[in-house]
Design a protein around this ligand. Structure first.
Ligand code: IPD
Ligand code: CA
Ligand code: CA
Ligand code: CA
Length: 281
């Protein structure tokens, strides 16, 4: 069967509509929410808007595709072990929607306008649709496996930068301050002097969409979860870039330490991280 459509319903159309609706609602709640809870540390926040966005997304998707499975960040216990376990438990599903209802919650809480909605659909463990939506800039990035990636009808393509010295690169500081953060900091120390400049803007999914669109030439982060990367990874691959783990193994849903580039700087960035022992736990 054609994996992109059930009856007359396009998976991609549902993903786009859902991301747009969730994003609009999130934007309307910016600065207008009453509760911020800590998940497993003061670095790991959740608001009623994260939960509401996930509920809205899940309802819309499950209404269209009731036989599909759903994995969303706020439906999973906090912490890296639980998120790996939840993915494992969902891995039997033929169609699995992988959703981050707000990627960049810390930014959302502080009113820093850089966050996104990330929706991916995997078929037998492989991402076939990826949508990342930035409601502040109204930028919607869409990829379909084998069919390219687009932003508002225009094909996206990775940058042509061939060296780290000429590249703008991004990373992130994970909520896991004991395991992942020290490794990421070693990476920062190694990479920052080598690149044109480094950005840490606080949404892994949006950073990856920016690699796809050629606005960044590379992104890496240690300690991510499937929902941070699934949509962004397809965006980058369909835009001509490369996504692996930080040791160079091809991207799959279970990757936690991601290295995502335009392809040309992949090896150089990987080597810097390896030299600094910043590639994994
Ligand atoms: C976080 C963001 C952030 C990254 C963290 C993620 P959340 O996701 O992507 O940029 O540094 O590792 O956990 O919690 O805002 O969805
Ligand atoms: Ca979170
Ligand atoms: Ca996230
Ligand atoms: Ca989130």
């Amino acid at each position: 069967t054609e994996p992109f459509v059930v009856g007359s319903k396009s998976f991609t159309a549902v993903a786009i509509n859902t991301a747009a609706k969730a994003g609009e609602w999130i934007k309307s709640k910016l600065g207008d929410f009453s509760r911020v809870d800590e998940k497993y540390s003061s670095h790991d926040l959740v608001t009623e808007v994260d939960k509401g966005s996930e509920k809205l997304i899940k309802n819309l998707i499950m209404t269209h595709f009731p036989s599909h499975s759903f994995l969303g960040e706020e439906g999973v216990e906090p912490g890296p072990a639980a998120s790996a376990k939840a993915l494992e438990a969902a891995s039997d599903a033929e169609y699995l929607w992988i959703v981050d209802p707000i990627d960049g919650t810390t930014n959302f809480v502080h009113g820093f306008p850089f966050f996104s909605v990330s929706i991916a659909l995997a078929f037998k463990g492989e991402v076939i649709v990826g949508v990342v939506y930035d409601p502040i800039r109204d930028e919607l990035f869409v990829a379909e496996k084998g069919k390219g990636a687009y932003m508002h009808g225009k094909k996206t393509a990775v940058s042509l930068d061939a060296t780290l010295a000429g590249s703008l690169v991004a990373t992130g500081f994970p909520a896991d301050r004991e395991g992942a953060l020290p490794i990421n900091l070693r990476g920062v120390q190694a990479v920052a002097p080598k690149v044109r400049n480094l950005r840490v803007a606080g949404s892994a999914a949006l950073h990856m969409a920016y690699v796809a669109a050629g606005r960044l030439s590379g992104f890496w982060e240690v300690g991510l979860s499937s929902w941070d990367m699934a949509a962004g990874a397809l965006l980058i691959i369909e835009s001509g870039g490369k996504v692996t783990d930080t040791q160079g193994k091809p991207y799959e849903l279970s990757v936690r330490n991601v290295l995502a580039t335009n392809g040309s700087i992949h090896e150089e960035l990987q080597q810097e991280l390896a030299k600094a022992e910043a590639t994994g736990f």
